[in-house]
Design a protein around this ligand. Sequence first.
Ligand SMILES: [Fe+2]
Length: 619
Amino acid sequence: MPDHILGISAYYHDSAAVLLSAGEIVAAAHEERFTREKHDSSFPLNAARYVLSQGGIAYQDLTAVAFYDKPYLKFERLLETYHAFAPRGLTSFVSAIPVWIKEKLFMKKMLRDELHKLGEGQVPLLFPEHHLSHAASAFYPSPFKQAAILTIDGVGEWATATIGHGDDTEIRIINELHFPHSIGLLYSAFTYYTGFRVNSGEYKLMGLAPYGNPEAERTRRYKDLILSNLVDIRDDGSILLNMDYFNFATGLRMTFDHKFAGLFGIPPRAPEAEIDQAYMDLALAIQQVTEEIVMRLAGTVKERTGAEYLVMAGGVALNSVANGKLLQSGLFKDIWIQPAAGDAGGALGAAYTVWYLGHQKQRNINGPEDCMRGAYLGPEYSQSEILGTIRKYGAKNREYAQFQELAHDVASLLAEGKVVGWFQGRMEYGPRALGNRSILGDPRNPEMQKKMNLKIKYREGFRPFAPAVLEEDISEYFNLDRPSPYMLFVIPVLEKHRKPLPADYLNRDLYQKLYFERSDIPAVTHIDYSARIQSVNAKTNPRFWQLINAFKELTGCGLLINTSFNVRGEPIVCTPEDAYRCFMHTEMDYLVLDMYLLAKSEQIPWPKTAADQVHFAAD
Ligand SMILES: [Fe+2]
């Protein structure tokens, strides 16, 4: 019987469960998708039940359960930190420590209690370290036999970043950067200060940065202030934070606001308040500083390992702008980043760690493919389950017998400017929707970014959308010569697709800048002519590939806007019912559930389909 390992991440943010059987990923899912609570950090009971059922195994069949960090080390870090900064953190000490003593110090017992809900039996429970879990999630499923490893996040137990080397089944951590000196927490401090939510708004800060004026004296001054007051970056990329300015070690906030305000001359931005140019310049300054740190760390790991390839994980590895620059620097022949680079991916890494380090098995390297199967590792729903939802809501729908006809009709709708929810097959693992739980639109349409942000996603208009492009066409649009399947690299749009900007462009306000047509694919071209690319492979996701290809046959354009199927503040949809409800609560025009096309009412015209004989399943 093969070994089955259940990987768990929980109790911080983004809980997840993974089943690894004989070293192969059977299933992986975030708990938030089941509970519908974004970034759910509770024990991933639903996700664990799902991955076990996907593998067709009972809890007692497991060889081991792997948890993604060592709770005792984390507790030690907490105690020592409060001790080191005493009496500064007394208030938060008083509120945090009893919770830790009650809940987290007894984590083993708590985990056992939760695991017993999955079934009877004593399965060994193992605790690989947090950054080893990140490193394993980056290296083992990668297509490389040997690679340098870089993990960067907020904090695990003590480590906040590591450099290491992977060689076949072995991972060696070479060096660690320790709390409180953390690149992730530095970035999160600015996420907070610019008015976004820590642990989820980091993407928004990165999206805001290109609106900063790179030529402005203020941007340069902000960067100088950061480098001379807040963070000392050493040649090897390790950093020292000046803890006089940061309150995250002991307080309930990220920064000492009065000190930040004194330094930058602006108060913390209130969430939802207008975004003044100063905050955009600040966003650009901290993004530039982060890129510099990542580049130096990458240089160090290259120097220490001599490796040709690099793998990355940890929350900061989701900074796709920094990743794109690192890839384009040519420092490494290629870079592979775990699509679930945040803490959800720790569940996979923990399971892999136990499998390889504990068992010394042979490693299957699929090169050039990785082992993530496109990250389509979550639940899928049968035709009868989908029909059940359609009938429950009496939804107007058309069933297709041939996928090709569905693809053709949806491509026509998209070309007419309609926005379509696209629900197919297994849900994605990791924070990005990659064409199975996606909302799609026409990237050529200059109105589409506004429409999708404001009427469908209900989110800040400045946030860019990502293109999903046929893998074969990637070099036709972008300055990239290889696939980018997980939207983890931001890359320039080719010159031939760009449109010139007016001379006074940099001085215009945010929304004027935003809605200026910058290219012939404006909805996916960011303000600085870049795009966060997903390439779609015909074998990995044949349906999504066929849809984009049908759009290309109609329009000559081999890409679509792909944004995750959710509205602001909600997790990505999991079930057909989640998808239907999201569809009905937004101004999305059509919804595809597997082989069914749904409309909101009789008034919405149906596409002129090639298949006149299609029937109406629930009319
Ligand atoms: Fe982490």
